[in-house]
Design a protein around this ligand. Structure first.
Ligand code: NAD
Ligand code: UD1
Length: 335
């Protein structure tokens, strides 16, 4: 049985689908602070499986113990956490508490129950301002905001845990920019309030919920002056977790892997691709650069290919088509 913390969220729900398709049984543990039970019902619909669901908070060991008592957990895929960069600057203590304390409580309860396998959701944000691209796993790490620091601290905690007991099997997956949705249009990203990230903002503009997209910066050193990122289809990303899970038993060291496509697209490339996929216009205006943004961020994805035999299969057209299907079938998300 695989415990998926944060399994009702965007990436967690898609990963549950792929885990079930690959033959795993899952139990989802979530406090629904940024998700709803509807996503789990949709996962059940896609997979025709029944999902074991536990309401709880990773910071509460009593909640976690119940799960470990009720199910025989072989491994944990740990998605639960807060993820909004701007909010983390406003509320740093909430981020350290939820992400860092939550992960420590989770690892302590895993230890109590003898569960030593964990896959952790890290982020390309741990590369800070990369000195060059594409980004390899051994690049220097830094963080420019509390959210990024929680990812860095947790990575370090996991390294220390492994140093204390090398029978642990730990994978740290550094995601680039997950976008898109399951091809069914039943599950997808459902941001609360005004989206901070590019793709949900573009889709809400295409559907008429937002008047125009502000393109942050037109004078970066990139092919068209707008920021370049490595957008990865959320289903490809989910399959990366299945591959990492299959590899866990064989690893002798902590596994640290970039999950990206290796391709960089600019903001304007994404606007064009989305217009093509949706047949809708995405009005935009140039705006000043957003503080903390880098010009280019894309992965060297070769280590993932070598070590877990994973590479992304879906290109930006498919990412945009699937994002649009989700947006147009669910204009108000899961509500
Ligand atoms: P999400 O907000 O959709 O999912 C996170 C889930 O965790 C939500 O269902 C939320 O309710 C739950 N959760 C939060 N705090 C919890 C707690 N204390 N106890 C129990 N459940 C809790 O986010 P996502 O996009 O699916 O991201 C999943 C993970 O991947 C996060 O750790 C995030 O930092 C990381 N990540 C995401 C991105 C991205 O662009 N989406 C990029 C890099 C890394
Ligand atoms: C952001 C976070 C990063 C996090 C990632 C995934 C910041 C500084 N970084 O990365 O820590 O891991 O999301 O959740 O917030 N853009 C616009 N207009 C918009 C929104 C975005 O032009 O309305 C541009 C950005 O300037 C950037 C690109 O689109 O060039 C992608 O932005 P976004 O989706 O927010 O992702 P990141 O900045 O890569």
């Amino acid at each position: 049985m695989i415990l998926v913390t944060g399994g009702a969220g965007y990436i967690g729900s898609h990963t549950c689908v792929e885990l079930i398709k690959a033959g795993y049984e899952v139990v989802v543990f979530d406090n629904f602070s940024n998700s709803s039970e509807e996503s789990i019902k949709r996962v059940e619909k896609i997979t025709s499986a029944t999902i074991n669901l536990c309401h709880g908070d990773i910071r509460k060991k009593s909640d976690l113990r119940k799960v470990f008592k009720n199910y025989s957990i072989d491994a944990v895929i740990h998605f639960a956490g807060l993820k909004a960069v701007g909010e983390s600057i406003q509320k740093p203590l909430d981020y350290y508490d939820n992400n860092v304390n939550g992960t420590i409580a989770l690892c302590q309860v895993m230890q109590e129950f003898g569960c030593k396998k964990i896959i952790f959701s890290s982020s390309a944000t741990v590369y800070g301002i990369p000195h060059t691209t594409p980004i390899k796993e051994d690049f220097p790490l830094s963080a420019t905001n509390p959210y990024g620091k929680t990812k860095l601290f947790i990575e370090e905690i996991l390294h220390d845990l492994f140093a204390s007991d090398n029978s642990y099997k730990i994978a740290i997956l550094r995601y680039f920019n997950p976008i898109g949705a399951h091809e069914s249009g039943l599950i997808g990203e459902d941001p609360r309030g005004i989206p901070n990230n590019l793709m949900p903002f573009i889709s809400q503009t295409a559907i008429g919920k937002r008047e125009f997209l502000s393109v942050f910066g037109d004078d970066y050193d990139t092919h068209d002056g707008t920021g370049v990122r490595d957008y990865i289809h959320v289903v490809d990303l989910s399959l990366g977790h299945v591959k990492a899970l299959k590899k866990l038993d064989d690893i002798k060291e902590i596994l640290v892997v970039n999950l990206g496509t290796g391709c960089g697209y600019s903001v304007l490339d994404m606007v064009k691709a989305f217009e093509k996929a949706s047949g809708k216009k995405v009005p935009y205006k140039f705006a000043p650069r957003r503080s903390g943004d880098v010009a280019k961020c894309f992965a060297d994805a070769s280590f993932a290919k070598k070590i877990i035999d994973w590479s992304a299969a879906k290109g930006i057209d498919e990412m945009c088509e699937d994002a649009w299907r989700w947006q147009s079938k669910n204009p108000n998300g899961y509500n």
